[in-house]
Design a protein around this ligand. Structure first.
Ligand code: ZN
Length: 99
């Protein structure tokens, strides 16, 4: 059996049980000044750093907003969220080369 060594590390979707490669990098965004700095917070979501296409669509479809705070099925610590303020944004990863 041949072993393929890939030059680039392919990130996997962060949803439990999903073994698809990630299509999106997931960010937690907020304008809450409690985070300090200039009041803008934009960092990779440590609870769900990567999503595949399917789970990104599900994440957006299942989104609920409470004021400016979003609750999501997967990102932002999921439905059992810890009341973290802000919302989720995505950056689409460059297309993967077909193997
Ligand atoms: Zn997935």
């Amino acid at each position: 059996m041949a072993t393929t060594v890939k030059a680039l590390t392919i990130q996997q979707c962060s949803v439990q049980g999903c073994n698809h490669p990630a299509d999106y990098k997931v960010f937690l965004a907020d304008h809450n000044r409690n985070y300090g700095g200039d009041g803008n917070f934009y960092e990779q979501d440590i609870s769900c750093p990567w999503l595949c296409e399917k789970h990104q669509v599900e994440n957006e479809a299942g989104r609920k907003f409470y004021g400016k705070t979003g609750e999501y099925p997967y990102s932002k610590w999921g439905v059992n969220w810890s009341r973290v303020s802000g919302w989720t944004e995505y950056e689409r990863l460059p297309p993967r080369n077909p193997d």
